[in-house]
Ligand binder design. Sequence first.
Ligand SMILES: Cc1cc2nc3c(=O)[nH]c(=O)nc-3n(C[C@H](O)[C@H](O)[C@H](O)COP(=O)(O)OP(=O)(O)OC[C@H]3O[C@@H](n4cnc5c(N)ncnc54)[C@H](O)[C@@H]3O)c2cc1C
Length: 386
Amino acid sequence: MDFMLTEEQKMLRDTFREFSQKELTKEYVRWLDENCDFPPEDMVRKIADLGFFGISIPEEYGGAGAGMFDLCVALEELATASVAMAISMGLTPAFGGRPVAELGTEEQKREHLPKIAEGKEKWCMALTEPAGGTDILGAIATTAARDGDAYVVNGSKMFISGAHVADWILLIAITDKEVKRSKGLSVFIVDARSPGVTINLIDKVGIHACGTTEIFFEDVRVPAADLLGSENMGWYHILGTLNPERIGTSMLSLGIAKAAFDDALQYAKDRTAFGKPIGQFQIIQHYLADIAIEIENARNLIYKCAWLCDAGERYDVEATMAKIVACRASEKAALHGMEIFGGYGFTMEYDMQRYFRDYKQMMFSPISDEMSMNYIAQSYGLPKSY
Ligand SMILES: Cc1cc2nc3c(=O)[nH]c(=O)nc-3n(C[C@H](O)[C@H](O)[C@H](O)COP(=O)(O)OP(=O)(O)OC[C@H]3O[C@@H](n4cnc5c(N)ncnc54)[C@H](O)[C@@H]3O)c2cc1C
């Protein structure tokens, strides 16, 4: 396995690193957290101008035709500067670009992919429902009933990131109630401004600049041409979206871990006690060493998953492991980071409080750590525990 980036990947990394250092300053990111439920449009345009949204769009539809690995290289830089920025920008490639490229008809690809590549469309994915996310097959109640040349959607979705700014909703709904649930779901491309769609923001603890919403669908007419993939194959289609999403969200957690580590390391060098920098005390050194080990582990596993994904190999178990390893790295970085900052870590004056609030979202989204552990255990042949 080659751990070296290609010249193109180094350029991509440097472009996003320089951009993040210049534009996503600590002051700007703090302002975002305190004032925004999504990054302002001028910042979205700047990121679009860097080519972010087209990285993994096929060349014939206006993208760079690169894969998950390259997307991770750019995402790592954004996420280290601002996880809220990275998650907000990552929604469209994950829930628009990839599903349409993989499942779309030629017409759907021509309609959406060039605009996605230019950053002119925003997407979100609506899978989770109020009755549950982990057991989504048991909880899902949103229906899409065929009526002439359209489907009529009724129901509600919960915790949907970025729907309040989205142009398009990747919706998963029941199209056949009579069969086993996994064989009766379909995926739709829904215009977020359709009559009957109501979207409300939900107050949450962290990642403020990527708002999360509830969505209500009341007799929403979706043209039959906006079915994505085959009718009643939605569950199997959406699994193809959830695995790459796990790689992306692992990268978001890694970004939080790296940012918390950098701040804690600097503080350990600057802060003195008993006439020495606190970074001279062994326990502080061990805290930092622990975080550094977990960051390195997570980073290696995430890039391995991206590499497997691009090679067309199976990577579902590895991506689920990466999700856990990266979450734990961000948790350790935020918790130890708080310790290293002492009382100041608990004030709003420093960013450690934000890492502490932000890392938690990644523990249960897009899949909880408990369910991830179930998935990994089952992959070794153990019986389903639920
Ligand atoms: C900020 C945020 C953003 C999100 N963004 C999106 C989005 O864009 N689109 C989308 O569709 N969804 C989104 N989600 C939903 C997310 O995927 C769900 O929250 C997640 O799947 C968990 O579902 P739940 O919250 O209903 O918890 P529940 O499913 O009710 O689970 C509650 C607890 O029970 C545990 N549990 C459940 N079953 C088992 C089991 N078999 N074994 C062990 N433990 C179990 C869980 O791990 C958890 O600890 C988001 C959530 C949040 C909070």
